[in-house]
Design a binder for this molecule. Structure first.
Ligand code: BDR
Ligand code: CA
Length: 310
């Protein structure tokens, strides 16, 4: 039985590949998509998520807009990486389907409560929508199978020296979700920086030759260029689909059960994810944290998923 999933995202180049992996992998059943302001403002992420599904000819998956910004801070965006519209590079088509008229919270609640199997949530942006849904709909607490989130790091950050972008944008939401008691897995930069879009990876994906792969190649060209300009990484790290791989192909990642705390009040360290790998704090483990990635297996899973799409 495929795992039923909701993807909550802020597309964003790598979010698009996360959606494609979730839609194209036979181990997952993509039930719904929700969007959040993150890489770019909410109007763009909501349109871009629908464009990602349109390109891949994925029909019948509702896309609902959620929070325009974090629960307690002003939204900071990442146009330097993703471009003004969030999907710099290709010409963007009109989305085939309209935005769902429900809020992200309502779509999440109705999807989770209406499913005979426990639904997992994969979040690939600031985790604001999930925090709001758990805060406003406590009946969801016992009903969500697990939450897997791309963000944070066991090491240093990418948006500040200590904070990864998704964690830095909405650390209060992250602390709320981690503290909810729902199984939580963090897929951070320490593993996503291994999922590098090398020339060989680009050739392999482009060789699939379908419309999804062609659009994806244009996205990757832009994404690798901006990652080189901003981070000095010409082989851009394709962060978000790595979180999807945790559920699509669990053998692809090594997870460790440990203590995760979120820095909310530091002067230079807000959004840092404090991962107590050595157990020195003697606190109860409260999260699973990705510690290793089978890189070849990851790209094979992603390429196979893209090949299954239009
Ligand atoms: C994360 O930040 C965003 O720019 C990407 O989409 C990814 O979710 C990486 O730090
Ligand atoms: Ca993202």
């Amino acid at each position: 039985m495929p795992v039923p999933v909701i993807v909550d995202c802020d597309p964003g180049h790598d979010d698009v590949f996360a959606l494609w992996l979730a839609a194209g992998h036979p181990s997952l059943d993509l039930l719904a998509v929700t969007t959040v302001g993150g890489n770019v403002p909410l109007e763009h992420t909501s349109r871009n998520a629908r464009i990602a599904l349109t390109i891949a000819a994925v029909a019948g998956v509702p896309v609902a807009a959620g929070a325009a910004g974090p629960i307690a801070r002003k939204l900071e965006t990442a146009e330097s990486i993703h471009g003004e519209n969030g999907l710099g590079g290709p010409d963007l088509p009109e989305p085939a389907e309209p935005l769902d008229d429900r809020s992200a919270t309502d779509l999440i609640a109705q999807t989770v409560l209406g499913s005979p199997e426990p639904v997992a949530i994969i979040a690939t942006g600031p985790i604001t929508n999930i925090a709001i849904a758990l805060r406003d709909r406590p009946e969801l607490l016992g009903r969500i199978r697990e939450i897997v989130w791309m963000g944070g790091s066991t090491e240093r950050g990418n948006w500040t020296p200590y904070a990864e972008f998704n964690a830095w944008v909405d650390p209060e939401a992250l602390a709320l979700v981690v503290g909810s008691g729902i199984r939580f897995t963090m897929v951070g930069l320490n593993v996503t920086h291994q999922a590098l879009v090398t020339g060989a990876v680009r050739e392999r994906l482009a060789a699939i030759g379908n419309a999804t792969a062609r659009f994806g190649d244009e996205l990757l060209e832009f994404f690798c260029r901006t990652n080189e300009e901003v981070f000095g990484m010409p082989d851009g790290p394709l962060h978000d689909p790595v979180a999807v791989a945790v559920l699509a192909d669990p053998g692809c990642l090594e997870l460790t059960h440990t203590r995760l705390d979120i820095e909310l009040a530091g002067t230079e360290t807000v959004g840092a994810t404090s991962v107590d790998l050595g157990g020195v704090l003697r606190r109860e483990p409260n999260a699973w944290v990705a510690a290793g990635l089978d890189v070849e297996r990851f790209w094979t899973g992603l390429a196979d998923a893209v090949a299954r799409l239009a």
